[in-house]
Design a protein around this ligand. Structure first.
Ligand code: OOG
Ligand code: NI
Length: 266
């Protein structure tokens, strides 16, 4: 699979439950822009057949190499980022995993049930990255219990492996130089943005500014046949800056990411 095939299949899958991403993408194209992706992100459970460590070889199979590692202590997450070895225009990939053993025992028990259902050989090819949930649909009760301790865990229980967001590269837009202008356009068009820590995460001095929509809301049928509106996925916007050494910053920032995670809070 080429990275280009990988990202088109991923986008198809992502926009089915994230219609706002398709509409915003179209909005930019209608304004004469060509939208390039800065990065995409995935979430997973550690100590499972789909742990970060088990998934990584599939990113390597499409030419990606890890180049940074991150820890989010209060959210019980760790993450790594990947870039394409030869094609600098290929989107970067941010892969995080939940440190399940750090959650209270009753959450571990719920998640343990899901993990036990994942085939030990679930990861065979890169298309595992849009396989969704590899366990039976959770009950609404389980979802709410998980959400009390980890919004990430609740989200992952219902959405599974799929692109959690795509990210518009503001650097590649022609008519929008600043992230503030992009945010103003989105607000004018009626989109709800993530306001945790302010609309813009990061500063030019930290070389990465990011903003994101709040995730789309979809109607979800839980096991036991109860239905509830829950967050699906969101769209992000990133502007990178050149460092004093003349090189464009191409990694991620824990302080920004920590707030971007909240885009799927309910
Ligand atoms: C990832 C949040 C971090 C970034 O660009 O810093 C992130 C997530 O919500 O799964 O995407
Ligand atoms: Ni992101």
């Amino acid at each position: 699979m080429t990275p280009s095939n990988f990202f088109s299949a991923l986008w198809e899958n992502y926009t089915q439950i994230t219609p706002q991403a398709k509409r915003i993408h179209q909005l930019f194209e209608n304004l004469g822009e060509t939208v390039l992706n800065d990065h995409v992100a995935f979430r997973t459970f550690n100590n499972s057949p789909i742990s970060l460590e088990k998934l990584e070889p599939q990113l390597e199979a499409i030419g990606y190499k890890p180049y940074g590692a991150f820890l989010f202590e209060s959210k019980h997450l760790k993450a790594r980022c990947y870039k394409h070895e030869t094609n600098a225009d290929s989107p970067k990939i941010f892969l995080s995993e939940l440190l399940v053993e750090e959650l209270p025992q009753h959450c571990q028990d719920i998640i343990g049930k899901y993990i036990a259902q994942i085939p030990t050989d679930a990861v065979q090819t890169p298309d595992v990255f849009w396989s969704g949930i590899l366990w039976n649909t959770p009950t609404e009760e389980e979802y709410l219990i998980l959400a009390e301790h980890s919004e990430y865990a609740a989200w992952l229980s219902t959405m599974g492996l799929q692109a959690n967001h795509f990210t518009v590269s503001i650097n590649h837009l022609k008519n929008y130089q600043t992230i503030e202008e992009v945010n103003q356009l989105l607000i004018k068009e009626g989109y709800a943005l993530n306001e945790v820590g302010g609309l813009v995460k990061g500063t030019p001095q930290s070389f990465l500014e990011q903003s994101s929509t709040m995730a789309d809301k979809i109607s979800y049928r839980f096991a036991g046949n109860t239905q509830k509106t829950i967050p699906s996925c969101f769209y992000e916007f990133a502007r990178r800056h050149i460092q004093p050494n003349g090189v464009l910053f191409d990694s991620f920032i824990e302080g920004n990411a920590d707030k971007i995670f909240d885009s799927t809070n309910s």
